[in-house]
Design a protein around this ligand. Sequence first.
Ligand code: SF4
Ligand code: SF4
Ligand code: SF4
Length: 507
Amino acid sequence: MLFKPISQNFSDFVIDRENDRCINCEVCVRQCSYEAHYWDDARQCVSHDHTKCVGCHRCEAFCPTGCLTIKKNPADFRDNALWTPTYMKHVYKQGDTGGILLSGMGSPADKPIYWDNLQLDASQVTNPSIDPLREPMELTTYLGSKPDKVSFEETSDGPKLTTKIGPQLKLNYPLMFSAMSFGSINLNLHKAMAMAATELGIAYNTGEGGLHPDLYKYGNNTIVQVASGRFGVHKDYLNAGSAVEIKIGQGAKPGIGGHLPGEKIDEEVSKTRMCPVGSDAISPAPHHDIYSIEDLLQLIYAIKESTEYKVPVSVKIAAVHNAPAIASGIVRAGADIVVIDGFRGGTGAAPTMIRDNVGIPMELALAAVDNRLRDEGIRNHASLVVAGGIRCSADAIKAIALGADAIYIGTAALVSVGCTLCGRCYTGKCPWGIATNEARLKKRQNPEVAAKRLANLVRAWGHEIQEMLGGMGLNSIESLRGNRDKLRGLGLNETELDILGVKHAGR
Ligand code: SF4
Ligand code: SF4
Ligand code: SF4
């Protein structure tokens, strides 16, 4: 007879405590939200249980004597190219529980990362570089539908634009904070994103959990999301933001809905989401009023009507096989912005099998969608925003060269405030105070401090983007959009180069 679940026989991590240097202060006991450290009465010292460790590194960071190291468990199974330890542990867990495997954050699966196979160009003799410290370097970005042509009339003050241009979302950087719902992350983080977005002149996205009353004042820098569950959606909410986003799909879990476990639904989340405390908040896979592009058109226009055509309406889809055709339909349905979320996008909770096996890389989807919209002559009718696995300013600028107008950053934003990608957001016990609503844990994030770190990250990327633009002899981000001649592929096959629309390095 087995006395404990098999999955607990094999821990992923090992807690290495140098007993000579440990002063038994119990800081690690207090910091670990998984109770992997404990006070051992019998031995009168702090001890630990490896099997409870999720590898968040919180205790290691806070140990005052630096005597803790969290390591990957070196014990390994016999080599087997098919049955890697990951798959064996999945099977043990499912044998123990009979349940769907859940994961948080984006897929760690070893699949192509095309950013690493794309190199940027740089000026040399002709078209010389521009020094961003001495020359103006424009990063301002306007998201929304642009007219096919513009007309002007001559006035005594010079030419005046006579074409009526639809509502635009103005960004000082081509970067925004991704949709992360209130509930999946706590109010401190939502407040931090709102404050940072306001300071930077960019936007953050509420995600599907509604907007807390304290955050309405940041509306000019807020994108309010409407997802299939319609949590927290009402007329004031729709009119609170500077854009409305309809979420059809999410890169981390294409084809399925959302699930916020009841443990994360406290009084405040319940009020904002308009759902009961402690009960699971499930967003269905489809919007129950959208079964065709015509239905989507109805929703887009219903939102435009209720916001009096003052803000752009965006539609977000996951990067899937036929993303170009879907995006074309979305633009023709009247969306002003199309968001493509790649398969490495983060999430608070997703079935592991879906996260790791469904969807396609954002790089390929972006290039294919941009091509399709150009071929159909409707590229200017909507802006393209991408999300899902942008790690640095170089990834971001490559995305812009591939055709994106702006980039959503989610995981990078959370990492900037301390996330260590432990992937256990769905437990509600985030030791870094991010994906948790437990009072003792969420106070680990101070909104002012987190806002400063988020603003620092975007400013740093902005400087780097300006440097890279200057190096290419460009003085505005607009000149790089869809300018794939500024990219070259490395180690990519003909099909990949063809889809990306870039030449191989050396050509
Ligand atoms: S925090 Fe460090 S010094 Fe304190 S009990 Fe834990 S391991 Fe020992
Ligand atoms: S779960 Fe985090 S805090 Fe707890 S022992 Fe592991 S690394 Fe340390
Ligand atoms: S948000 Fe928290 S729980 Fe989620 S991966 Fe980051 S550190 Fe882990």
